[in-house]
Structure formats: structure tokens, C-alpha cells
Design a protein around this ligand. Structure first.
Ligand SMILES: Cc1cc2nc3c(=O)[nH]c(=O)nc-3n(C[C@H](O)[C@H](O)[C@H](O)COP(=O)(O)O)c2cc1C
Length: 181
């Protein structure tokens, strides 16, 4: 089948990383949450994750000032909440109260974890060298907690224009992985 040109501004439709996460933060007595789809694993050890957080977001300043956040992994049952949290501003809402989410005390950071999420990853800013240039925070994961069941929760993957996909079947190709894991 003949391929057709695709608009360059919308390559995210195909290359969007998943799954969508909720980023919780805390600064000067206030906690906040934002939805985030643009992030990437950068290193195994130390465990580094890069987050693209637009500077217009309230969370940007909160994470910049506190140097901390929690990456929370929601499953598909939280789809409405994920969409709503990503469409309102933390200076107008207490998003934990507004969306009925439970703020759980973290072990190493002041930012609370979201109890309803499948997993919580406590992070500290590791490198802020490209925050001004690209709004890109390199975070180190310093604590991780995951619900034992289900082993593979149905996660949300954002394609733009308000549309998510969920993950599908597992494909096991372990026998081909001789060089990388
Ligand atoms: C599905 C989805 C994915 C999003 N991904 C990002 C992202 O990767 N980076 C970003 O800066 N904002 C992203 N947003 C937008 C923020 O979540 C949104 O601007 C939010 O209102 C910020 O909240 P705050 O101002 O309280 O920090 C996303 C929103 C949605 C709904």
C-alpha cells in the first residue's frame, strides 16, 4: 500500500511514548498533579527519566523550586481523571480533592504519591541543564513502589486530539534478546 505524507507537527501521533503518567509535586504547602505523556527513560543505573514539562504549567515551577516529584502510573480506570487533570490548572484547583484522589506520604520526597495509581516513582532533579532550553527535566528515580497485581495493568497511551489507546496483547521474544534487555 502507498504511504502518504504525514504532517510533521503531528508525528507524535505515531511516536508518542506511553504510558501516560500523572506527575505529583509539592511546594510551599501545596500539592499539585499534572498529566504527562512526553517522557523517556535515559539510564538504568542511576535510574534516570527525562520529563518534558511546559514552563506554562504550575507544576513546572513547583518541580523546579522543590527539585522533586512523583511519577504515578494510572490504569485505564482513571482515564477520565487523567484527561481532566491535564485540562485544568493547579492554581485554581486542589486536584487531589477535586478528583477524589488520595495523597499518600512519600518516603524520600515531599511530593505525595497518588494511592489510586498502580505504581509510584519518587524522583529528584538529577540535571537541570536543559530545563531553560527545552523544558526538559532529567530526574533520578530514588524509590519505586508497584502493586503486585495485576502484573500488566491496562495503561493509557496518548495519541493527541483527545484520543488514547490502551495496550494490547503481550508478545514474548525473549529468545531473541541476546545483547540487550
Ligand atoms: C493526555 C495528556 C498528556 C499531556 N502531556 C503533557 C506533557 O507531556 N508535558 C506537559 O507539559 N503537559 C502535558 N499535558 C498538559 C498538562 O497536563 C496540563 O497543561 C495541566 O493542566 C498542567 O497542570 P498544572 O498547570 O496544574 O501543572 C498533557 C495533558 C494531557 C491531557
Amino acid at each position: 500500500m502507498q504511504k502518504k505524507p504525514w504532517p510533521l507537527h503531528d508525528v507524535r501521533h505515531w511516536l508518542e511514548p506511553g504510558p501516560v503518567v500523572l506527575i505529583s509535586s509539592h511546594w510551599q504547602g501545596k500539592s499539585n498533579i499534572m498529566t504527562l505523556g512526553w517522557y523517556t527513560i535515559l539510564e538504568f543505573s542511576p535510574s534516570l527519566v527525562g520529563l518534558m514539562i511546559s514552563s506554562g504549567n504550575i507544576s513546572f515551577d513547583m518541580i523546579r523550586q522543590s527539585g522533586e516529584c512523583v511519577i504515578n502510573l494510572p490504569d485505564v480506570s482513571l482515564a477520565d481523571t487523567v484527561a481532566r487533570i491535564g485540562n485544568c490548572d493547579g492554581d485554581q484547583y486542589d486536584k487531589f480533592a477535586e478528583f477524589g484522589l488520595t495523597a499518600e506520604k512519600s518516603e524520600h520526597v515531599t511530593a505525595p504519591a497518588i494511592a489510586e495509581c498502580h505504581a509510584n516513582f519518587e524522583c529528584r532533579v538529577y540535571d537541570d541543564a536543559v530545563v531553560d532550553r527545552y523544558n526538559f527535566f532529567v530526574m533520578e528515580v530514588i524509590a519505586a513502589r508497584v502493586k503486585p497485581q495485576p502484573e500488566w495493568p491496562k495503561t493509557l497511551h496518548y495519541t493527541g486530539n483527545g484520543v488514547f489507546r490502551t495496550d494490547g496483547e503481550r508478545i514474548d521474544k525473549r529468545q531473541l534478546f541476546t545483547k540487550v534487555s
